[in-house]
Design a protein around this ligand. Sequence first.
Ligand code: UTP
Length: 290
Amino acid sequence: MSVRKAVIPVVGLDTRFLPATKAIPKEMLTIVDRPSIQYIVEEVVSSGIDQIIFVTSEGKSAIENHFDYDFHLDCVLREKNKRSLCKELDMISNLIDIVSVRQKKPLGLGHAIWTARHVVGNEPFMVLLGDDLVLAETPCARQMLDLFNELQEPIVAVQRVPQEQTCQYGIVEGMATDRDRIHAVQGLVEKPAPGTTDSDMAMIGRYILTPEIFELLGRTTPGHDGEIQLTDALQALKNIRSMYAYEFEGTCYDAGDKLGYLKAILAYGMRHEKLGADLTAHIRQLAADL
Ligand code: UTP
């Protein structure tokens, strides 16, 4: 089966980015010239997926509005003859078919994904988290979809992190396969206490899941931090079918964290078609002055 749908949950409280995120979702913070969520949606579109399901809540409507058609703004821009802006806004509202479901209480990432079960139905699907921006030659989602088309088993994207940081991530314990970058998952643990795992493979916010996950999520009880954790349901899924961890090609920026966000702005800014050369020259100058 092929993957046609992507679930993007955005109901988190965004506490790491307060006070900036008191009134706006972190996914709407700007990276260079567009909100971070637009990079995620563009990754989905360029990977060939047909539909996005946002899991939202009260206070997150700015995200849906960003990808909607704005009749009033369109009229004003046309009157002012701002054609290229009209075209760009039109492109954003026509990027992909988007539907939304509501997570009524922020009970955890696992619960957010479970909320999308009726829209996803009985087929494999992708999950992308708005925090994690991946700069890559081939979009991270596309790399994972290519692998899924071969393996037809759940896949989690991972990156290596220093041992002292493993307590901040969902960690995968895996066994190398005969293929570079691909590991057979043996166990998963959410934010393990320091010293309790030897693995340094941390999950980032990209998953391809099979529909059995919904029943497993429905049975998952609150875990780490009192939340219904996707990692716990992944462990249950791994017990009933094979699962793979994939060390994606590219660099992941955690744009939900203040320092990660600044790093993302620099990385994306330096690669920007119009601004990249000037920004790079400025950074060189700053570095020389240190
Ligand atoms: P995080 O663990 O990053 O939490 O959620 P958060 O609230 O977004 O951010 P901080 O840590 O408080 O700053 C991981 C992902 O799961 C979604 C979030 O939107 C984020 O994309 N999520 C989390 C939900 O959709 N619902 C929830 O109940 C919890």
